[in-house]
Design a protein around this ligand. Structure first.
Ligand SMILES: [Zn+2]
Length: 335
């Protein structure tokens, strides 16, 4: 007789790597009826925190009586980087500043599938997670969070388009070619034939209740779509779908000045509608205005400087990317 319930445990790395051995919190929900094994991971990168809150929400709301199968949550994949408030252990600076250290070396989401002889901490975590849980999973989800001023995005391989649409994130991308040499979570999932979704839940460093609510709703949808949970999918009114090679419109200012937004990320603009303008810092006159040349979704406005070297600023300089628009390949209207 199967013992339904919730249990909390820890997964420990096998050996010391870079001077540390760590343990990761593991939340296991065993449903009353048998079914698939789903894995949900979050915070491979230490500044990406909304996924932790999403998992806490979902964990609290799920009842083992109502679940078919087993769900394993790894909410804090990178316990050191999270505590350091950095993306990577031991250094994140190579991501945004030349340091002579490879940017890829300590990035946990470049460790999939784990390679023999990788003696980094991030590699040790990846190895423990892969062996213990992931390679046995029937379904997986990896929660991230890029910087603010951009919309978030979910993506999956085209083979899992139905699952991606059912996940119900308002903006999603359909991947035809998973990069096989970049070591991201989708690489190992794809190679192992595990249906896998990735979801960016911006912004970093802080918790935003709206994005936590949205993420939690999507995770519940995923379980429903996989037949692990009953109930209707809760889909947003509109879903913007992008192919991997979708059209993007870049707005680069030719002048310096103060960037004034005239739209916001998430606005779906008609041809000719204004996106932003740049004011002279001497006359306050408009020196340049950008209007979208065609119907498109405002994806980023204000640029996305990365890291502590690049705090957000609306003072812009010639050549700077100030907005990114995306042209959807499909617009799905629900109800
Ligand atoms: Zn990330």
């Amino acid at each position: 007789m199967r013992q339904a319930g919730k249990s909390q445990q820890f997964l420990e790395t096998k050996d010391y790597a870079q001077g540390v051995r760590v343990r990761l919190p593991v939340l296991v929900l065993t449903g009353k009826k048998t079914g698939p094994l789903a894995l949900v991971i979050s915070s491979q990168h230490g500044r990406e925190l909304n996924g932790v809150a999403v998992i806490e929400r979902v964990w609290r709301s799920l009842s083992p009586e109502k679940v078919k199968g087993r769900i394993v949550f790894l909410p804090v994949m990178n316990p050191l980087a999270v505590r350091m408030r950095r993306q990577d252990f031991p250094v994140e600076e190579p991501r945004f500043r030349p340091t002579g250290v490879s940017q890829l070396l300590y990035n946990m989401n470049r460790k999939w599938p784990p390679a023999l002889g990788d003696d980094t901490y991030a590699g040790a975590v990846a190895e423990a997670v892969w062996k213990t849980y992931w390679k046995h999973a029937d379904l997986s989800l990896d929660l991230h969070g890029w910087t603010d001023r951009s919309l978030s995005l979910a993506w999956a391989h085209r083979k899992h388009l139905k699952l991606l649409r059912s996940y119900g994130f308002p903006y999603h991308m359909v991947v035809d070619e998973v990069p096989q040499d970049r070591g991201m979570s989708e690489t190992s999932a794809f190679q192992a034939g595990i249906p896998h979704l990735v979801n960016e839940l911006a912004p970093q460093n802080t918790i935003v209740p709206e994005i936590v609510n949205l993420g939690a709703r999507c995770v519940m949808n995923l379980f429903r779509a996989a037949g692990m949970l009953s109930g209707e999918l809760q889909l947003p009114p509109v879903q913007y779908e992008f192919n991997q090679k979708h059209e993007e419109i870049e707005a680069r200012t030719p002048v310096e000045g103060l960037l004034l937004p005239e739209a916001k990320p998430g606005d779906f603009l008609r041809q000719g509608e204004p996106v932003a303008r740049v004011l002279s810092l001497e006359t306050l006159k408009t020196l340049w205005q950008f209007r979208t040349p065609k119907e498109a979704l405002v994806f980023n406005l204000g640029g996305s400087g990365w890291g502590e070297d690049s705090p957000p600023s609306n003072i812009v300089f010639p050549g700077q990317l100030v907005s990114l628009l995306k042209v959807p390949d499909a617009i799905i209207k629900n109800g």
